[in-house]
Design a protein around this ligand. Structure first.
Ligand SMILES: Nc1ncnc2c1ncn2[C@@H]1O[C@H](COP(=O)(O)OP(=O)(O)OP(=O)(O)O)[C@@H](O)[C@H]1O
Length: 251
């Protein structure tokens, strides 16, 4: 059997008496879109923060491509291909869309970070940045300042900024949050086109998006995984329906 790209083994994280991650094990195979769903407070973001290295687990292991990275710093993880997207604060509002992506690409290629003007003139960086902008269908807005983009466009810009880091596993924390149905459907389309090229772990409350995108779904409740399976398996799973989906449908 091939080793999964990500293996989480017996992970635990408590905040005081609260077990936000409770003996959690999970595998993400190379190439798949794996969604993480569960009620509010189930521990989805807490898990992703441990994967990105922003939180340190109390117990358990995180293996990435077979390597134990549990103790690796958050700074190092993007360099091995573990990238978290959607940190809106990382955008420079006065810079153009293209410059923002080129700066993100610069951090990967190790170019010097002295002045911004040369970034815009650097063909390699620009080419890399334009490719990513095309991937998120934002190439038309390349020359516009980031602050002039709509909320949905800014979220796609962040996705482009994550893509230029050439993630092997992209951690997506609610990429559709705050979007209307049209923009949300558009992001589903953008992410679908990346399927196979980028492995994704996706947290999302928009169930239409989850069921359209996910190859497999893991359901968290009180920090524990209660089920993992294909969308069809999850839809039919009685424990899941009771804990989560049933509530949604009733709402
Ligand atoms: N830094 C923290 N300190 C104390 N408690 C925390 C902290 N971060 C999260 N929690 C608690 O841990 C539990 C899991 O939170 P988390 O944000 O991971 O859930 P979630 O599944 O992402 O929720 P949502 O769907 O609402 O975003 C919650 O009860 C939350 O209040």
């Amino acid at each position: 059997m091939t080793e999964p790209l990500l293996r989480v083994d017996g992970l635990a994280k408590s905040f005081g008496a609260l077990r936000a991650t409770d003996d959690l094990s999970l595998e993400v195979a190379e190439g798949e879109i794996h969604a993480l769903i569960g009620p509010n407070g189930a521990g989805k973001t807490t898990l992703v923060s441990q994967l990105s290295g922003e939180l340190t687990p109390n117990a358990g292991r995180i293996l990435f491509d077979g390597r134990d990275i549990t103790a690796m710093s958050a700074y190092e993880r993007p360099h091995i291909g573990l990238v978290r997207s959607f940190q809106i604060t990382s955008i420079f509002p006065e810079f153009t869309t293209l410059e923002n992506v080129a700066l993100a690409a610069q951090s990967r290629t190790g170019h010097s970070f002295h002045f911004f003007a040369p970034v815009a003139r650097d063909r390699t960086l620009n080419d890399i940045a334009m490719t990513a902008l095309r991937d998120v269908a934002l190439d038309d807005a390349a020359g516009r300042p980031a602050h002039a983009l709509s909320h949905g466009q800014q979220r796609r810009l962040e996705l482009a900024m994550a893509l230029v880091l050439q993630p092997r596993l992209l951690l997506l924390d609610e990429p559709m949050a705050g979007m209307g149905p049209d923009e949300s459907a558009f992001v589903v389309e953008v992410l679908s086109k990346l399927r196979g090229d980028v492995t994704m772990l996706l947290i999302e409350h928009d169930m239409d998006a989850v069921f359209a995108l996910a190859d497999r779904i893991t359901v968290l409740v009180y920090g524990r995984s209660i089920a993992t399976g294909t969308p069809a398996d999850i839809r039919e799973n009685p424990a899941v329906r009771e804990a989560y989906l049933g509530d949604e449908e009733a709402a």
